[in-house]
Design a protein around this ligand. Structure first.
Ligand code: ADP
Length: 181
């Protein structure tokens, strides 16, 4: 399952899949503040990348919510992993700001390392409890605004882990694009 949309000069793709298998220049990890492997998508990325990823993460001194840090991809197909910490959902106004920052700062870091293609998981909507529909609107709006200013990123993929999440992101994206017309 997969759909592509053109945003300015770039492509935004929604797909169902396992992000550890992506061959984009970078994949994004929905990390925790210690940058330790943990569970969910982070555990899967660390397992697929091998122990060298945790060795590299240990040296970075953690990561604050909404910020992003870069490592190598180790045994992954992707050359880089961008680790970003999304908000633990609390229902307060800072949630959406932090989630937007996670996407925006990951893309900014990618751009500064000449990364042309990047794959995101649905940050914060698993263990961190962010409602998927709200999160999808914030994520997609952040990606679209970034691509409008930064054509140097050629491809952004949202890799959703279930068909249900894919449908949520697809209807949010169609709503955003329709409202922009
Ligand atoms: P967070 O702590 O930020 O909520 P999680 O890892 O718990 O992060 O979940 C984020 C999203 O990643 C969830 O939608 C989950 O289903 C999804 N996910 C888990 N494993 C993978 C994977 N291998 N590839 C892509 N998405 C995944």
């Amino acid at each position: 399952m997969n759909t592509q949309y053109r945003i300015n000069k770039s492509v935004l793709e929604l797909k169902v899949g396992d992000i550890t298998e992506e061959d984009t220049d970078a994949i994004v990890n929905a990390a925790n503040t210690r940058l330790s492997p943990g569970g969910g998508v982070s555990g899967a990325i660390h397992r697929a990348a091998g122990p060298g990823l945790w060795e590299e993460c240990k040296k970075l001194g953690g990561c604050n919510t909404g910020e992003a840090k870069l490592t190598g991809g180790h045994n992954l197909k992707a050359r880089y992993v961008i680790h970003t910490v999304g908000p633990v959902y609390s229902g307060s106004a800072s949630d959406s700001k932090n989630l937007r920052n996670s996407y925006y700062n990951s893309l900014l870091l990618a751009s500064s390392h000449n990364i042309k293609s990047i794959a995101f998981p649905s940050i914060s909507t698993g263990i961190f409890g962010y409602p998927a529909k709200d999160a999808s609107l914030i994520a997609l709006q952040a990606i679209i605004s970034f691509l409008e200013e930064h054509p140097e990123i050629e491809l952004v993929k949202m890799v959703l882990f279930s068909e249900e999440d894919y449908q949520t992101y697809k209807s949010s994206l169609e709503k955003i694009l329709k409202d922009r017309k």
